[in-house]
Write a protein that binds this ligand. Structure first.
Ligand code: NAP
Length: 408
């Protein structure tokens, strides 16, 4: 991450903003903040995958200059919805890259999954300030992305609530005084469930997070705790710390969003209600702060904050992610791609909940390790991992169909 001198607002003091993934949970929270703070911001571009109606509505409301859908089949609907507004429209992967390349000071990387890699890199390569929610991009290509950040003088601002909390507490001028960082984890909806109980959970139960309202994929990642594994890798790249200086503690109330421990024994933490508008607002206005409607914290009303170690027997994803980071090279890329594939298979009802991390681990075992030296390496590992994980998911799904759910 860079120092605040990289800040580069437009000369009129108004920050020009682009949101990649504006129709998602992070995107909508960002739009909400822009609507509440219209005088400080103008909107260059908005993107979606296949939700042209919501995208068009946002583009009209925020008077965006450009709106693009990734899925070409949605282009006609977007074009019609924005006819006569003067808002330019585009579709396909190139249009998302165009959205990122257009001259915005600040770009929200809010797409879910490795699908956000190309457009996020496009924003980085023109030296933009990139508010980083899309953790999968750092998991699948972390060292290459960080090299590009340095090469092009871009600025990464962490949006994930844990990394945003660490950013707020991290003394970048005295990193030698930092012993470790502590990522908090809610433990997800199945924190107290046995393995037997988790075997039977449905997608509807898995996406019902107790504290946060988020997109389906990250909600399932929270339930398996792979989300914390992905965040460990994300934190390793953002804060340039080895994995053994990144602790994880389960904190079910999601009030302490993460902490930094210093060598004199001090621990600095950031607290707040579980609402992504606070970390997004911090990144959006940085280095200033803007007003948000987030529920204010009432510690006396909360009463008790509790902590416990993660249970890696019931939630093996943490160990699997830590091992993938330790092995390095293409392993984190494989981890991420296999996880995306398995989560989709689970959401589609093709595999069971416990099969998700099992599939990721088997995929990592099946693919030979190798270095990650270029984006071509990223795409190769990503493709092989998706094919392998899809094959493993099919096997599990066939086994379940022939012998009933009990086989798994
Ligand atoms: N939600 C949270 O509270 C939260 C917190 C911390 C970090 N994050 C991270 O932020 C990212 C976004 O999460 P989310 O919860 O906002 O996800 P989400 O609600 O599923 O939204 C994802 C966004 O990406 C777009 N998208 C999906 N697939 C795409 C593709 N193949 N190409 C281009 N665009 C695509 C979606 O468009 P459509 O609407 O058209 O499908 C939508 O705009 C994830 O990496 C997540 O881990 C989220």
């Amino acid at each position: 991450m860079n120092s605040p001198d990289h800040f580069n607002a437009s000369s009129n003091g108004i920050r020009r903003v682009t949101i990649l993934g504006s129709t998602g949970s992070i995107g909508q929270s960002t739009v909400d903040l822009l609507v509440r703070n219209r005088e400080g911001f103008e909107v260059e571009a908005l993107t979606a995958n296949r939700n042209p109606q919501r995208l068009a509505e946002q583009a009209r409301m925020l008077r965006a200059r450009f709106a693009a859908v990734a899925d070409r089949a949605c282009y006609a609907e977007l074009k019609e919805a924005l006819a006569g507004t003067g808002i330019e429209v585009g579709c396909g992967a190139d249009a998302l890259v165009e959205a990122a390349e257009r001259p915005a000071d600040w770009v929200m990387a809010g797409i879910v999954g490795a699908a956000g890699l190309k457009s996020t890199l496009a924003a980085i390569r023109r030296g933009a300030i990139v508010a980083f929610a899309n953790k999968e991009v750092l998991v699948c290509a972390g060292s290459l992305v960080m090299q590009e950040v340095v090469r092009h003088g871009a600025t990464l601002l962490p949006v994930d609530s844990e990394h945003n909390a660490i950013w707020q507490c991290f003394d970048f001028a005295r990193t030698d005084a930092i012993e470790k960082i502590i990522l908090t984890a809610s433990g997800g909806p199945f924190r107290e469930r046995s393995l037997e109980e988790m075997r039977e959970v449905t997608p509807e139960q898995a996406v019902a997070h107790p504290n946060w309202r988020m997109g389906a994929k990250i909600s399932v990642d929270s339930a398996t705790m792979m989300n914390k594994g992905l965040e460990l890798i994300e934190a390793h790249h953002l804060f340039r710390l080895p994995a053994d200086r990144i602790d994880i503690v389960v904190h079910p109330q999601s009030i302490i969003h993460s902490a930094v421990a210093y060598r004199d024994g001090s621990v600095l933490a950031q607290l707040g209600s579980p609402d992504m508008r606070t970390p997004i607002a911090y990144a959006l206005a940085w280095p200033e702060r803007i007003e948000t409607p987030t529920k204010r914290l009432d510690l006396a009303a909360i009463g008790r904050l509790t902590f416990e170690p993660p249970d890696e027997r019931r939630f093996p994803a943490l160990r699997v992610a830590r091992e993938a980071l330790g092995r390095g090279g293409g392993c984190p890329t494989v981890l991420n791609a296999a996880n995306e594939t398995a989560v989709h298979a689970f959401l589609d009802g093709r595999i069971g909940f416990l099969d998700i991390v099992e599939t990721v681990e088997r995929t990592l075992e099946a693919i030979s390790e190798g270095p990650l030296e270029s984006l071509d390496d990223v795409y190769n590992f990503d493709r092989i991992a998706r094919d392998t994980a899809a094959g493993l998911s099919r096997l599990r799904s066939t086994a379940a169909t022939t012998a009933g759910m009990g086989l798994r």
